[in-house]
Design a protein around this ligand. Structure first.
Ligand code: CU
Length: 430
């Protein structure tokens, strides 16, 4: 069964990569993604929240992605307001292999509702985002090598992905143009996303179709749900510099509530979109006691990422390369690298890959002889989604992903030799 799925994925992948290459050859001048003509008219009226650039540049929180990224979700106007809704729900069968593997069927979802209007000389906006992930139960879903957060407030989650909170973002924004090319903006969220890291994985096109959370999540974008965020930023042309004060502590195991804000941590980020297809960011965060179970440890986080998006006649390609480093004080200084890519063809086929290399020191629980040891672990994922029908803006699809884990030999007794995993899923996407 596993071999069969794998073979299917690989066949599809290579067939379409070659078909894709042919497309590119036939169209020397690749065109922009095709929006309907009514859409085009509307697009002119739609402004970005924080500055005078295409609204497709804006991703999660106050982060940027390449301008040429396709529109997501459904837009509509009412009086002076423009609204956007966007979301997905997956039902997933998860099979994680090896001695630490486990199985589970669960759902994963995200729903987003945003609005904006002109207000005095600037743009006022709100952003809200919800997830029914808490239905997964407090211990989330099995995911080999994943670490971070807790299910019970006593022991850490190991080889499991924590569920996201019901309230992922409730934020207000305001931006004021200073000239044609520049603006200042403010963002306040409870919860919200501070100016740290690349766009969160479920919001970047290169990562959103992959049902698995990255194992480098807590090196790159784990602050995307933070209870208490204030950000101030300045945009000049294709540059953005911003600073945040936020709560360092990650969300606790009660996933249904809103936690109290605090502003004990700081982050700053520089973003640059030199052309419509590229987006770069570098950021630094001084995070106060992020982990409930290691409350004496502070983390300095460095991240840098490059995202590339390329629309072509019948599809779109996006990829991202990212590096994250956690300097735990006291503790280890640990690096993570991620490369991911997603190709969509004819709005029907999506092929995605992700490669990660992460230094982990939390793979063994307290009391284990290997507790606190650092291991360099690698994971590669290949996946495919087929969206078989579309009703209005709603897409229905089925997909699968397959992952290989390449581990140092010292981990063999715990994990078995290089375990493999897969997920099969059905989804609705708006
Ligand atoms: Cu997360």
């Amino acid at each position: 069964m596993q071999k069969f799925i794998l073979l299917l994925l690989i066949t599809f992948f290579f067939q379409n990569v070659s078909a894709n290459a042919q497309h590119e050859q036939m169209n020397h001048e690749p065109t922009q993604p095709s929006h309907g003509s009514s859409h085009q008219g509307m697009r002119k009226q739609m402004k970005a929240l924080y500055g005078s650039y295409p609204m497709t540049r804006e991703s999660s929180g106050t982060s940027w992605q390449p301008d040429s990224s396709p529109h997501e979700g459904l837009h509509f106007m009412k009086d002076d307001w423009m609204f956007m809704i966007h979301g997905f729900a997956n039902v997933i069968y998860d099979h994680q292999g090896g001695d630490r593997g486990d199985k589970k069927t669960f759902s994963e979802s995200m729903f987003m509702f945003m609005g904006q209007r002109d207000f005095h000389a600037g743009t006022l906006g709100f952003r809200s985002m919800f997830s029914l992930d808490p239905l997964q139960g407090k211990d989330g879903y099995p995911l080999l090598l994943q670490t971070g957060e807790t299910a019970d407030g006593i022991s850490p989650l190991i080889d499991r992905q924590h569920p996201h909170d019901l309230f992922m973002e409730l934020a207000m924004t305001y931006s004021l143009p200073l000239s044609d090319q520049s603006s200042i903006f403010g963002y306040v969220g409870l919860p919200g996303e501070p100016a740290l890291g690349p766009p969160a994985f479920m919001h970047r096109l290169s990562g959103m179709d992959n049902p698995e959370a990255p194992i480098s999540h807590h090196w790159l974008d784990s602050t995307h749900i933070t209870y208490g965020v204030t950000t101030l930023g300045y945009i000049w042309n294709n540059f953005k510099i911003e600073g945040s004060a936020f709560r360092g502590r990650e969300p606790d195991e009660d996933r249904w509530d809103i936690e109290g804000p605090e502003l004990d941590s700081y982050a700053t980020r520089l973003s640059y979109n030199p052309t419509e297809n590229w987006s770069f960011q570098a950021s630094y965060g001084d995070i106060d006691s992020p982990e409930q179970l290691h409350s004496d440890v502070d983390t300095q986080r460095y991240t840098a990422s490059a995202a590339y998006n390329k629309p072509f006649e019948h599809g779109n390609w996006q990829m991202m390369l990212a590096w994250g480093r956690n300097n735990n004080e006291p503790g280890h200084h640990l690096n993570a690298f991620l490369w991911e890519s997603s190709i969509q063809l004819k709005k029907m086929h999506t092929f995605f890959t992700r490669f990660e290399r992460t230094e982990k020191d939390e793979l063994f629980p307290e009391g284990d002889p290997l507790e606190g040891e650092v291991f360099k672990v690698n994971k590669s994922t290949l996946g495919y989604v087929y969206d078989f029908s579309k009703w209005k803006q709603m897409k229905w699809g089925i997909g699968a992903s397959y992952s290989w884990h390449f581990l140092p030999n010292e981990l063999d007794p715990a994990y078995g030799k290089d375990p493999e995993s897969f997920m099969i899923f059905a989804r609705i996407k708006l």
